[in-house]
Design a binder for this molecule. Structure first.
Ligand code: GLU
Length: 368
């Protein structure tokens, strides 16, 4: 039996629905059967499903969505249809399902992140199959992930899952082959390079919100959390079981070897940063090689508006992200003390403050 213990399976709208917009019941049944087999083997499985908006449109007889409100209404209708259908198929297999609807807001603060994590872990304890989607019927643009590839990667970060399967309507990730030869399917990705990100950029598959770019971005987060990621044609027979057993299908992104703790995963990937601190090469060295905190003396530039306690990015002079962390100082304070020694802080601000801008315990290195 393969080693994967916690598995997140994401299925896209175009895989789940027929051309007419109706839910593909045979497909959903097969998915429920495959996930149930994994569950019976003692693994924890989460299904991240799209298709709510499309199914709702069909039911409401809408061929196009003109407004956000219409989209929200379609999602409200479609989400119910989705859940009812899944619940029935999983019940046939002897399993109960639980609906978990999330938005970006749930990940912004640490309490939200831990709440969502605890809910999923408790569902596992009760042998329930969690079915996750974005809370589309209330989420407005500003607080939305917008696509379920991103959401699925966040679920990996929540659970420290070891496999993320993105079931889609193409065979995997393609990159341009040599001149005039069309595109080449990548079988294995060891490192997500800027070139790969760029060549995946922009391509959006038919009906859903995601595309190759969101898949590569999702793979970056999930592999950094220590998960293997497989992007694969979702209609391949028994695709979930075959991938879990190690059959090389689609594109496999290999995990980064390090394991992060829950807090580090939240810091690095789940909380949207409120600003940036650009640091000099000395500070870069201290952070990356020596495992030290970030001191004001190494900060060259402060960008954005943030308060103390917010998550900020740490960038080097070339603009590469080195780390994320919780800042002890607001942007305005950081501006005043940057480039100065810690023992000058009290004289500059007029009150004593922490010697570090970001303490090591509140900092996660982002792989560079
Ligand atoms: N949450 C959306 C839905 O259920 C799908 C988002 C996506 O296509 O990635 O319709």
């Amino acid at each position: 039996m393969s080693q994967y213990q916690t598995i997140v399976v994401k299925v896209g709208t175009s895989t789940l629905t027929r051309e007419s917009g109706e839910l593909d019941l045979n497909y959903m049944r097969s998915l429920a059967q495959q996930l149930s087999i994994l569950r019976r083997q003692g693994r924890d499985v989460v299904l991240v499903t799209s298709g709510a908006i499309r199914a709702g449109m069909k039911r409401l007889g809408l061929s196009k969505l003109k407004t956000m409100r219409e989209q929200q209404a379609a999602a409200a209708v479609g989400q119910g249809l989705l859940m009812r259908t899944y619940a029935e198929f999983f019940r046939d297999e002897g399993f109960t399902t639980g609906q978990v609807l999330l938005t970006r807001n749930d990940f912004t603060n640490r309490e939200g992140f831990l709440n969502a994590r605890n809910t999923l872990l408790t569902l596992f304890e009760h042998r329930v199959i969690p079915i996750v989607n974005e809370n589309d019927s209330v989420a407005i643009e500003e607080i939305k992930f917008g696509d379920n590839d991103t959401l699925a990667a966040q679920v990996v970060a929540l659970l420290d899952a070891d496999l993320l399967l993105l079931l889609t309507d193409v065979a995997g990730i393609y990159v341009p082959a040599k001149k005039g030869q069309g595109a080449r399917l990548m079988r294995e990705v060891r490192e997500i390079t800027p070139e790969l990100e760029q060549s995946a950029g922009g391509s959006v598959s038919g009906i859903g919100q995601g595309g190759m770019a969101t898949k590569v971005a999702a793979a970056r987060v999930a592999t950094n959390c220590g998960a293997t990621v497989v992007v694969v044609y979702g209609r391949e027979p028994n695709v979930v079981l075959r991938v879990v057993e190690g059959e090389p299908l689609g594109t496999t992104f290999l995990p980064r070897p390090r394991r992060l703790r829950t807090r580090e995963r939240w810091l690095a990937f789940s909380s949207p940063p409120a600003g940036d601190l650009v640091v000099d090469d000395g500070a870069r060295e201290m952070l990356l090689k020596r495992g030290k905190s970030l001191l004001p003396v190494g900060v060259l530039e402060v960008r954005g508006e943030f308060s103390s306690g917010d998550v900020v990015r740490v960038l080097d002079q070339r603009g590469r992200e080195l780390a994320r962390g919780l800042t002890n100082y607001s942007a305005e304070e950081a501006q005043r003390i940057c480039g100065r020694h810690s023992d000058e802080i009290e004289a500059i601000l007029g009150y004593p403050g922490d010697p570090e801008v970001i303490h090591r315990n509140n900092l996660t290195l982002v792989e560079v």
